[in-house]
Design a protein around this ligand. Structure first.
Ligand code: DAH
Length: 335
């Protein structure tokens, strides 16, 4: 009888894999577990013919096999039902729309800036994020002991190298490589040791601009930036050029645009001024030309630098720079 039990176990293991539907499953269930003629039922019935002391042990073996058969059949039934459900999927229903990622708002603004300056013939160039003191400061007419070179304000990597604090050093690298006319923009990351708040972040993006040719004047700078602002913010925005100072431009200016919220009357967004600062600019200082062996008698040029986060905040009314770097989908999905 032991052999028969072992044989039945093998048999059910073989059969279970060949079952493909509910009907076959039912047949196998009857074949093994049927009350009248099931193979296991007959085995149990045969127990009475055995000597008394062998019965309990064999009875247990048969009952164990019975539980085993029940278990494998139940499992198989589940699998068959699941497969049936899959087949019942209605393939004519409209599909679920997959969630597509989008471009980060800063990437979008950067693309727009590049597009606008491309229409004026500006080429895109890049410079390294790790700069030497020479390119980041010295060549830009910020000699040693210039307050902006303070270690408190910059991420120094060694005595001579630091993470660039501005994209302006790319101006120097371009002029070293090219002879005029020059017309480039240089987008990229900049780093400063600023405490984080609503308008400061230790990493941010700038776009530098540089145009050099014979006979360039401040009016070329004005025309270029006016065109840029009208393209970026719409033709009704007004611009204001305020005298300012940068070591590498002379004269220098800071450019404001009229506040879109109050239309120049003064509100919370513009701190009551009616104007919002968007970039720094000026005519390239002859001292800078000397560093790259351009003849200031022959060539003139203008430069400008803008913060990409700032432009994006002004364009979309974003009130906190930290939103750009927190990767909160509720923010990002709005763009
Ligand atoms: N590099 C300046 C800054 O980070 C911005 C700037 C001002 C760039 C005037 C220029 C410029 O090219 O002409 O504050």
């Amino acid at each position: 009888m032991r052999r028969e039990i072992a044989f039945l176990k093998k048999e059910i293991q073989g059969k279970i894999n060949r079952i493909t539907d509910q009907e076959e499953l039912k047949q196998v269930r009857i074949e093994f577990l049927g009350r009248r003629q099931g193979k296991l039922t007959s085995l149990l019935k045969q127990l009475v013919d055995l000597p008394l002391k062998e019965r309990p042990e064999l009875g247990k073996l048969i009952n164990d096999l019975k539980s085993y058969v029940q278990e494998v059949l139940d499992k198989k039934e589940k699998v068959i039902n699941e497969e049936k459900n899959i087949e019942e999927v209605d393939i004519t229903l409209p599909g679920k729309r997959p969630f597509l990622g989008g471009l980060h708002p800063l990437t979008q603004i950067l693309q727009e800036i590049k597009r606008i300056f491309a229409t004026l013939g500006f080429e895109v160039v890049r410079g390294p994020e790790i700069e030497t003191e020479y390119y980041n400061f010295e060549a830009l007419n910020m000699p040693k002991f210039h307050p902006a070179r303070d270690e408190q304000d910059s991420f120094y990597l060694s005595k001579t190298h630091l993470l660039r604090t501005q994209t302006s050093p790319v101006q120097i690298r371009v002029m070293e490589q090219q002879t005029p006319p020059v017309r480039v923009i240089a987008p990229g990351k900049c780093y400063r040791r600023d405490a984080i708040d609503a308008s400061h972040y230790p990493m941010f993006h700038q776009v530098e601009g540089l145009a050099i040719d014979k006979g360039m004047a401040f009016s070329d700078l004005k025309g270029t930036l006016t065109y840029f602002v009208h393209q970026m913010f719409g033709p009704n925005r007004e611009l204001r050029f305020r005298p300012s100072f940068f070591p590498f431009t002379e004269p220098s200016a800071e450019i404001d645009i009229s506040c879109a919220i109050c239309r120049g009357k003064g509100c919370r967004v513009c701190s009551g001024k009616g104007w919002l600062e968007i970039l720094g600019a000026g005519m390239v200082d002859p001292e800078v030309f000397k560093k790259v062996n351009y003849d200031p008698e022959q060539y003139q040029g203008f430069a400008f630098g803008m913060g990409v986060e700032r432009i994006c905040m002004l364009k979309y009314g974003v009130d906190d720079i930290r939103h750009f770097f927190q990767n909160d989908l509720r923010f990002l999905r709005q763009f």
